[in-house]
Design a protein around this ligand. Structure first.
Ligand SMILES: NC(=O)c1ccc[n+]([C@@H]2O[C@H](COP(=O)([O-])OP(=O)(O)OC[C@H]3O[C@@H](n4cnc5c(N)ncnc54)[C@H](OP(=O)(O)O)[C@@H]3O)[C@@H](O)[C@H]2O)c1
Length: 333
């Protein structure tokens, strides 16, 4: 049998367990030109919260009664004359929260698991890594010697952003929740400093850690931290609006109060969506793979198990009770 997680209602605020329902059905048969894939891992992404809202976004919302959208990696069990994919191939794409699915292959890519384990292809070599790579370089336009501030610094995107900025010769300060995460960000990931937003006064801590101001702020969280960062930007600073996790469950979103700092400092604030760089993912994955092999880029996945534990695992994105890339293992061994 196939277990699938179905979106049952649109949450207001933080989703609850009954936002979804777990259903069982027969394992589907691939039609002519399709493959049957068994999902090994799914990617847990903050964006999933936005995909549940019935509002205009960069992709349509997940429809009610549809399988919950998720990035996946899995193995082709059966190919019904698919032109490119054969039994045993490992595919990453948008398989959704389900143990098995069929696809004509659109939006799915074959990966080589002799080069990196499966979980890396939904982490640093997948969507979060691509976001970091293009966000900090193409939108943040970092230059050697600049001061970079990154929120969500211990997370999937932020941890990679900060390390790329270090590789490129910047001074990098992270923002993360709690002393353990901050220790990890500095001692393991090699950031120059990290502000614990849960226990420190943001304004004082940023003044201490970025005495000359901030050239690039990579924003993963929005809210108070964005305001504090705005208060310390330098002339011609760039603010990359990658995400705003502090606002995703809010019914009334808090916009930046300190936005006039953009005017004073002739600064820019620009949104980014990783999908715009899809034709360059290969280039990014090759560079990131190289940095990983050279020991310059450290990446970590926090793996939980079982489709039944989807909700409990999903909530970790918002509680912060996880480190690095959050992954759920679906295959039962
Ligand atoms: N624009 C794009 O194309 C794109 C693509 C991928 C991701 N994103 C965005 O990038 C951001 C990071 O995604 P990710 O996958 O790397 O997630 P992540 O950082 O691995 O996980 C989310 C982290 O957010 C932090 N957090 C949760 N609630 C918070 C709050 N109220 N205030 C401050 N921090 C909070 C927690 O870390 P602490 O324990 O440190 O609080 C948590 O671990 C998200 O906003 C996501 O939507 C955007």
């Amino acid at each position: 049998m196939n277990k699938q997680l179905i979106l049952k209602n649109r949450p207001v605020g933080m989703p609850t367990e009954d936002t979804w329902s777990l259903v069982e059905s027969a394992i589907p048969e691939p039609k002519e030109g399709e493959v049957l894939v068994q999902t090994h891992y799914i990617s847990l992404d903050p964006a999933m919260r936005g995909w549940m809202n019935d509002s205009k976004s960069y992709i349509p919302p997940v429809a009610l009664d549809d399988v919950m959208r998720a990035g996946t990696i899995g193995v082709v069990l059966k190919s019904n004359n698919h032109p490119n994919f054969n039994e045993g191939d490992v595919l990453t794409g948008w398989g959704g929260v389900q143990q098995y699915f069929t696809t004509n292959g659109e939006g799915h890519f074959k990966v080589d698991t002799s080069l990196a384990p499966m979980t890396k292809y939904i982490g640093a070599l997948g969507m979060p890594g691509m976001t970091a790579y293009f966000g900090i370089q193409e939108v943040g336009k970092i230059k050697e010697g600049e001061v970079v501030l990154v929120s969500g610094a211990a997370g999937a995107v932020g941890s990679v952003v900060g390390q790329i900025a270090k590789i490129k010769g910047c001074t990098v300060v992270g923002v993360a929740g709690g002393p353990d995460k901050c220790k990890y960000v500095v001692e393991t990931l090699g950031f120059d400093a990290c502000v614990d937003y849960k226990n420190e006064n943001l304004y004082t801590a940023l003044k201490q850690n970025c005495p000359k101001g901030i050239d690039v702020y990579f924003d993963n969280v929005g809210g108070e931290i964005l305001d504090a960062a705005l208060s310390r930007i330098r002339r011609h600073a760039r603010i990359v609006i990658c995400g705003a996790i502090s606002q995703y469950n809010e019914t009334s979103v808090q916009g930046p109060k300190n936005y006039l700092s953009l005017l004073v400092n002739r600064a820019t604030m620009q949104g980014m969506v990783v999908f715009d760089y899809a034709d360059r993912y290969k280039e990014a994955a090759m560079q990131m793979g190289m940095w990983m092999m050279e020991g310059k880029l450290k990446t970590e996945e926090d793996v939980y198990e079982g489709i039944e534990n989807f909700y409990e695992t999903f909530t970790r994105l918002f509680s912060g009770d996880k480190r690095g890339k959050l992954v759920l293992k679906l295959i039962e061994e």
